[in-house]
Design a binder for this molecule. Structure first.
Ligand code: SF4
Length: 217
């Protein structure tokens, strides 16, 4: 069997093309209509499903969808609305602090660089990369647990952490593919290459995957 480290560029590009056919126009599942709404939705999505976040943000953004309006709402009411997303005390605290910083340091706008984004409470490197990719269309490859798993199973990367996987994918895949590919890999991880019992028999990537039919538990 070939080493995972040895997956050649040609095979990786074949995988990228198959993903493009599987999900030709991938769009984020989180719903938002402004950069600020996107930021809040991504903060709320930590350890919560996108479906639940969308239910919560529909209610929240109906009441408050700017930093100023969230501050008027206040942390207590905010926490009550976002409670279904979990971790609501910490998330509401971070969102209030983020709104204060946005108004004070960024004129109420969402910054466009990773270092600036990471000054916002609740925004780590992955969240910052999501914002850069999805709002500002900048070359970014935010790696979540699905992408980390899929990349390693396919053999594109042999890595232990999502951070290492991000570096690996960026080094092996041209940046023009990053935006769509990060969404395509998430969808594939959710729908087919699930953590337990992946559907290898139904997987269009099986011929290129060294992990097919492994007994994942
Ligand atoms: S063949 Fe199986 S392990 Fe490989 S990518 Fe497809 S679902 Fe995942």
């Amino acid at each position: 069997m070939k080493s995972y480290d040895d997956m050649d560029r040609e095979s990786i590009l074949k995988i990228v093309k198959i993903f493009s056919r599987l999900y030709p126009h991938p769009t984020p599942t989180l719903k938002w209509t402004s950069p600020f709404e996107c930021l809040i939705a991504v903060i709320l999505s930590a350890q919560c499903t996108d479906k639940k976040v969308n239910l919560v943000t529909r209610k929240l953004f109906g009441k408050a969808n700017t930093p100023g309006k969230i501050l008027i709402l206040g942390q207590k009411k905010l926490a009550g609305i976002i409670k279904p997303c979990g971790l609501f005390n910490g998330k509401s605290r971070n969102i209030i602090a983020t709104c204060e910083i946005l108004i004070k340091n960024f004129n109420g706008k969402i910054p466009q660089t990773q270092p600036e984004l990471e000054t916002l409470p609740g925004v780590g490197p992955k969240t910052a990369q999501v914002i850069l990719a999805q709002i500002w269309n900048k070359p970014a490859f935010p790696v979540d647990t699905h992408i980390h798993r899929v990349a390693n199973r396919l053999g594109i990367c042999t890595t232990k952490t999502p951070e290492q996987t991000e570096k690996c994918l960026k080094s092996k895949i041209p940046s023009r593919y990053w935006h769509d590919l990060h969404l395509q890999m998430i969808f594939h991880g959710r729908e087919t290459c699930k953590a337990r019992r992946p559907s290898c028999h139904d997987c269009p990537l099986a011929n290129l995957c060294d992990s097919k039919n492994n007994n994942f538990q």
